[in-house]
Design a protein around this ligand. Structure first.
Ligand code: UD1
Ligand code: CA
Length: 483
């Protein structure tokens, strides 16, 4: 059920699309249900149905949707859901789209209790310190359920009951269909209550059972952004606990955030302020952080990634990244490669052992294995209209402060002199030099900067050293440099 308004979120976005742990609220509900391998999985949509349906198609293409035009109550929602299916028999499991911590194991336990006790309906319940707002479980003497009474319909005595309806059920399909035809809106909210199916079944002499969970957080729903933050923190705590128990070192769980779909191998280490999102994977022995955010990044075993922001990228085994690196989509760093300090990469294949250590932009480029890209190199991939590709060959060496103007190909085993602006291809073994020739204007400081500390330093240095007879650097004579 995911058709409700979610008014208290105060949001233009439907409630069930708000995120925690890298999934939408409804995404958590669908994932928990999907893991049961049901014959059919239907989501009842209403509020914001177009965006919700589009989102569902993206996260689980086998999900069906049923549209509930008006939110007439949970009983009506389930009616809609059933109407989207061929006539089913067996067990129908109903969950809510706004209960994100519910685990598949809890659903399995609920189904097991339902089967073992031969129930017509089994409801998941929990005892909570503050039951206000929830439906209360009215138990019969034998422990089965007589009825569920909504808070608004409950007497003062019933409101003292601390066992609440989690809104998660297993129904025998025929019992459910029959009950849904008989429920009415004769209640405080004028809604069609799904919960009334339980008392109807009971009155028909059917068995209505309970599965009580001691993990009440799994049954908590999100109605506003305060609850969303509380459950987000709790989900993260659970994710980190499971990772630590599986052998991952997390130095500061308070500042570490890991999404549900992230996988991390044992003996990886997460340093403070690390956020791992999406489908990020981290190999054994890798160290991430501090201050690193990775989204959909594959980090190889033994790699280190320090103070880095990266997305949709691959970092090879034993590679080194950062500090202060920005890996944009399409970056693939080879084994033992390096993307160093103040380096931005985009659509960049960097070969095994290749190094881009300092102050570089590398966009739309293939860098061969073992190549070395000097400090301050810029791959100029964009001419203002189109983006073009640059190739830097294997074991080639790009001198510092060079600009490689795309499209251009630096051949395997060639050199580019520091400070060059390269616009044409090189051949293997070449040294490409593309810069002004240096000339030294002798005596310029004494003539044009007389009286400065620089001039004094020049004079002192000159008096300490005998003049070098082989010095030809002053061949420009008295001519003065203007630039
Ligand atoms: C419901 C239960 C209550 C239980 C609580 C647990 C009923 C009558 N009451 O109350 O016993 O303790 O859940 O959280 O079922 N929805 C629809 N269409 C509708 C109405 C609701 O799809 O017409 C969906 C909502 O989007 C939500 C779920 O059903 O995902 C629960 O609805 P909500 O209005 O939150 O029910 P509660 O009043 O909290
Ligand atoms: Ca609710």
């Amino acid at each position: 059920m995911a058709a409700g308004q979610g008014t208290r979120m105060k949001s233009a976005v439907p409630k069930v699309l708000h995120e925690l742990g890298g999934r939408s609220l409804v995404g958590h509900a669908v994932a928990a249900a999907r893991a049961l391998e049901p014959e059919h999985l239907v989501v009842v949509v209403g509020t914001g149905r177009d965006v919700v349906e589009a989102h569902l198609a993206e996260i689980d293409s086998d999900v069906r949707t049923a549209v509930q035009e008006q939110q007439l109550g949970t009983g009506d929602a389930v009616r809609c859901g059933l109407s989207a299916l061929p006539e089913v028999d067996g067990a129908v499991i109903v969950t809510s789209g706004d209960v994100p911590l519910l685990e598949t194991q809890t659903l399995l336990d609920l189904v097991t209790a339902h089967d073992d006790e031969h129930n017509a309906v089994t409801v998941l319940t929990a005892r909570v310190p503050e039951p206000a707002g929830y439906g209360r479980i009215i138990r019969a003497a034998d422990g089965t359920v007589d009825a569920i009474v909504e808070h608004k319909d409950a007497t003062d005595d019933q409101r003292l009951i601390d066992e609440i309806n989690a809104g998660i059920y297993v129904f025998d399909a025929a019992t459910l269909r029959d009950g849904l035809q008989r429920i009415t809106t004769d209640n405080a909210q004028g809604e069609l209550y799904l919960t009334d199916v339980l008392s109807i079944a009971r009155k028909d002499g059917k068995r209505v059972g309970v599965h009580i969970t001691t993990d009440a957080m799994q049954t908590e729903g999100v109605n506003d952004r305060v609850q969303l933050a509380t459950l987000r923190a709790e989900l993260n705590r659970r994710t980190l606990d499971a990772l630590m128990r599986s052998g991952v070192t997390i130095v500061d769980p308070r500042t570490t955030w890991v999404d549900r779909n992230v996988t991390i191998e044992p003996d990886a280490t997460l340093l403070p302020n690390t956020q791992l999102h999406g489908a990020t994977t981290v190999g054994s022995g890798a160290t991430i952080g501090p201050d690193t955010t990775l989204t959909d990044v594959r980090v190889g075993a033994g790699a280190t990634v320090i103070r880095t922001h990266g997305s949709e990228s691959v970092i090879g085994e034993n590679a080194k990244v950062g500090p202060f690196a920005y890996l944009r989509p399409g970056t693939a760093l080879g084994t033992a490669g390096k993307i160093g300090t103040f380096v931005e990469t985009k659509n960049a294949g960097i070969g095994d052992g290749a190094k881009v250590p300092h102050l570089t932009y590398a966009g739309d480029v293939t860098i061969g294995e073992g190549a070395n890209v000097g400090a301050g190199t810029i791959v100029a991939n964009y001419d203002g209209v189109t983006k073009s590709h640059t190739t830097i060959g294997k074991h080639s060496f790009i001198g510092s402060d060079s600009v490689l103007v795309a499209p251009v190909e630096i051949a395997d085993g060639s050199y580019v002199a520091a400070g060059s602006t390269i616009v044409s291809d090189t051949q293997p073994g070449d040294l490409a030099v593309a810069r002004g020739k240096q000339r030294n204007v002798a005596g310029w400081v004494a003539r044009r900067r007389a009286g400065t500390k620089t001039a004094a330093a020049a004079e002192a240095a000159a008096s300490e050293q005998p003049a070098d007879p082989g010095d030809t650097g002053s061949s420009t004579g008295s001519e003065e440099a203007r630039q």
